[in-house]
Design a protein around this ligand. Structure first.
Ligand code: PMV
Length: 334
């Protein structure tokens, strides 16, 4: 590695999409390294994105990092999490410079879409590239994982699988099908815009307190096989069955943790029940719910219009958003 003084540090910006997990990650084997209890599969969400630019400041080593999100400076725990992540990049680059990080999401907070995945994927790409590091996709995915587990899945494009791995070295995500492999649509039923009371970092730490987590994790390889096969064969009935099973298993673990976590609101259940009924009548749509009350309704492209209309009329649904399958995180300029 060249000495830091020999690196021409230039601002760099990157863009990444959030993702929705079809097979969920819940619980870590190693909290510090964010090594997951089980593998997971997701699809990236096109049209929704985080753009992040990073500038390393080699002259003012003594100052702290600065982080601006959606036009406002971030301090406290938000800045500390970004700084701890930048420490990993400083260590890899072999320098001690501080950074200016400017990040913008094109989707509002509380829109039912977790922003930490796109945030840390974009930050990993921009911070590494701006530091003069030339990392392969797997190494960028490993790096993004350290900021937020699901962020490792926003680095590759399309449908993505994160193998749990045995260690830091082999716990990263790879693309299993490109966005055009299956033009699914995620219709997000927003039933609440309130911030979740328990974030996923605290939630992962509670997973092992549920008596159901062991069974959920032990069965994960079978569900991963079913989901991967369904994606590769474009078998919607199989995808719907395993996606809804996996989401229910994660929420069963959440609800039976100590203390218990209940993310569903009454309309969450209404949407899930109505979509189940509509599927029985032939609509190619199924539901999955993350660590919040909003419902992601995954549809085949030709069912999206009917599903969106159905959802918009359901009691308690405030807003409906749509996303197609998105591509990989990428550098925008250097
Ligand atoms: O990456 P985190 O720590 O925000 O965890 C994500 C957890 C879920 O969104 C609930 C599931 C998943 O696999 O994305």
């Amino acid at each position: 590695m060249p000495p830091a003084s020999a690196i021409a540090l230039r601002p760099c910006s990157a863009q990444a999409h959030p993702n929705i997990a079809l097979i969920k990650y819940w619980g870590n084997r190693d909290e510090a390294l964010r090594l997951p209890a089980n593998g997971s599969i997701s699809m990236n969400l096109a049209g929704l994105e985080t753009r992040t630019s990073v500038t390393w400041d080699e002259k003012r080593v003594a100052r702290g990092d600065a982080f601006n999100l959606n036009g406002s400076p971030v301090t406290g725990p938000g800045l500390e999490r970004v700084s701890a992540f930048l420490d990993l990049v400083r260590k890899m680059a072999g320098f001690d410079f501080r950074a200016d990080v400017v990040s913008v999401n094109n989707f509002p907070a509380g829109a039912g879409i977790a922003s930490s995945a796109s945030a840390f994927a974009a930050l990993a790409l921009a911070a590494a590239k701006a530091a003069g590091l030339d990392l392969a996709e797997a190494d960028l995915s490993r790096l993004a994982r350290r900021g937020s587990g699901s962020a490792c899945r926003s680095v590759p494009g399309g449908f993505v699988e994160w193998a749990a791995g045995a260690s830091d070295a082999d716990s990263f995500a790879v693309s299993i099908a490109p966005p055009e492999g299956w033009p699914l649509v995620d219709i997000i039923a927003i039933v609440s815009e309130a911030h979740k009371s328990t974030g996923s970092t605290e939630g992962h730490a509670l997973a092992a307190t549920s008596p159901l987590q062991g069974a959920r994790v032990a069965d994960a390889p079978r569900r991963l096989d079913l989901c991967r096969d369904a994606i590769l064969k474009r078998d919607f009935a199989a995808l719907a069955e395993v996606t809804e099973l996996d989401s229910a298993l994660m929420h069963a673990v959440m609800m039976t943790s100590t203390p218990p976590l209940f993310y569903w609101h009454a309309p969450t259940l209404t949407v899930m029940q109505e979509i189940r009924l509509a599927r029985a009548q032939g609509l190619a749509a199924c539901c999955t719910v993350d660590a919040g009350p909003n419902v992601h309704v995954i549809c085949e492209a030709d069912a999206a219009e009917a599903a969106a209309r159905l959802i918009a009329d359901m009691p308690g649904v405030r807003e409906v958003r749509r996303a197609q399958v998105g591509g990989p995180a990428h550098i925008e300029s250097d």
